[in-house]
Design a protein around this ligand. Structure first.
Ligand SMILES: Cc1cc2nc3c(=O)[nH]c(=O)nc-3n(C[C@H](O)[C@H](O)[C@H](O)COP(=O)(O)O)c2cc1C
Length: 325
């Protein structure tokens, strides 16, 4: 029986996508202290090193001590059950209750080893891994995937098969792997898969503005769960603006942005004594902010002249002062 419209949740659920080197605990913690409207945070993926241990960066990132605010969902990238279960054990020991499986990473070095999106054209292998890991771990399982490797057609075979398993959700970045980040998302295909999926289906891909969100919401009225990555790094207020249904930045955005930048910087300074590296990290964020915040390219031009942490701290404090004037 179709659901009556009032049975749909009144608001949308918004998730911050995992972006390696960007949405680490420094970013997530700064975000959670001064910004809001995110329902779930996902940590960038854990993966194995060649020596059979879990790579240390992402391992440290999900330590409970590094995540004092809201819970994050840890993610793994694996194409065999042994690696998957080893990482699942580590995640369980840290107290987490859910794991997300990365079937989306597009990079050829990864994909050619059947990792990330490289496994999407081998549904039998995916199903075999799910059947082995589910009874052997104490974690709920969710999947984050692209729609295929060579084309978006792979998902048409895989998705109905996933209905047989108790998954928490399927997050779909509406591109195929070989596309990398080029071209556009395949919205026709996304529309086609909605009736094929009995799990909670989360849309992901190219939501950069409130207008983008509204357009997609109109096109996919039954979808209530949305994941946003690059758009939210470029504009950390995007979640709030979507929930407020307003294309305008919040009145106090400069103050909040200044606080956010200060928290992000402090967190990095505590973790590293290499000021050059810290400024480089900030530059990577600023390449995004340049495109998303008000007068972003103007601020980014000023940022590019900064050579010291002290100068950057002054630059940050000016954001609060803009508003006080
Ligand atoms: C620099 C970068 C790092 C990423 N790292 C991850 C990752 O660790 N795990 C993952 O599932 N997806 C990762 N992604 C993909 C994003 O989570 C997301 O699916 C993709 O960017 C599309 O969403 P967006 O258009 O909202 O950014 C990464 C993307 C970028 C650009």
């Amino acid at each position: 029986m179709p659901l009556h419209k009032y049975q749909f949740p009144m608001r949308d659920f918004l998730y911050l996508a995992p972006l390696q080197s960007f949405t680490d605990h420094h970013f997530r913690n700064a975000f959670q202290q001064v910004l809001g409207d995110v329902d779930r945070f996902y940590a960038p993926y854990l993966k194995m090193s060649n020596d059979g241990t879990i790579k240390s960066g992402p391992k440290i990132d999900i330590l409970p001590a590094n995540n004092p605010f809201e819970t994050v969902v840890p993610q793994v990238m694996a194409c065999n059950t042994a690696d998957f279960l080893l990482m699942a054990d580590y995640i369980t020991d840290l107290g987490y209750t859910e794991i997300n499986w990365n079937l989306g990473c597009p990079y050829p070095m990864v994909a050619k080893r059947d990792l990330g999106s490289g496994i999407l054209d081998k549904p039998e292998k995916i199903i075999q891994i799910i059947e082995t890991v589910l009874p052997n771990m104490n974690l709920k399982l969710g999947i984050k995937m692209r729609m295929g490797y060579e084309s978006t057609e792979d998902i048409l075979t895989l998705l109905p098969q996933l209905n047989a398993y108790p998954l928490t959700e399927i997050i779909v970045h509406a591109r195929y792997g070989k596309q990398l980040y080029t071209g556009s998302c395949d919205h026709d295909r996304f529309e086609e898969i909605i009736p094929l999926c009995k799990h909670r289906l989360v849309y992901n891909g190219d939501i950069e503005t409130v207008q983008d969100f509204q357009t997609l919401k109109k096109r996919f009225p039954t979808i209530t769960d949305w994941m946003i990555g690059r758009g939210a790094i470029a504009n950390p207020f995007l979640f709030e603006m979507i929930q407020e249904n307003s294309p305008e930045f919040p009145m106090d955005w400069q103050t909040v942005f200044g606080e956010f930048l200060a928290l992000l910087l402090d967190s990095h300074l505590q973790a590293s004594s290499n000021d050059g590296n810290t400024l480089l990290k900030m530059k990577h964020y600023w390449e995004y902010f340049a495109t998303g915040i008000e007068d972003g390219s103007f601020h980014y031009k000023r940022f590019k002249k900064i050579k010291t942490i002290a100068a950057y701290q002054n630059f940050i404090s000016e954001f609060s002062e803009i508003e006080a004037e």
